[in-house]
Ligand binder design. Sequence first.
Ligand SMILES: [Zn+2]
Length: 71
Amino acid sequence: MDAQADPKRQVVDREETRRDCPVCPNTVEDTEHVFFNCIRFEEGREKLHRQLQDVARPENIVQLMLADEKN
Ligand SMILES: [Zn+2]
């Protein structure tokens, strides 16, 4: 018998909550990292910064990003 071909062994084992950032090695991709540190969004942050003449903060980052999407 070939036990390795048993389809019941296909267990979903993804770590949704603690994954590494795809562009920053050895860095956990959490919300704070993505918004404030990740190089992936550096361009977007600079654009926001220029538009608003203000530093994006946790209190306003969501509103800023939503506003940016609408325009
Ligand atoms: Zn990153």
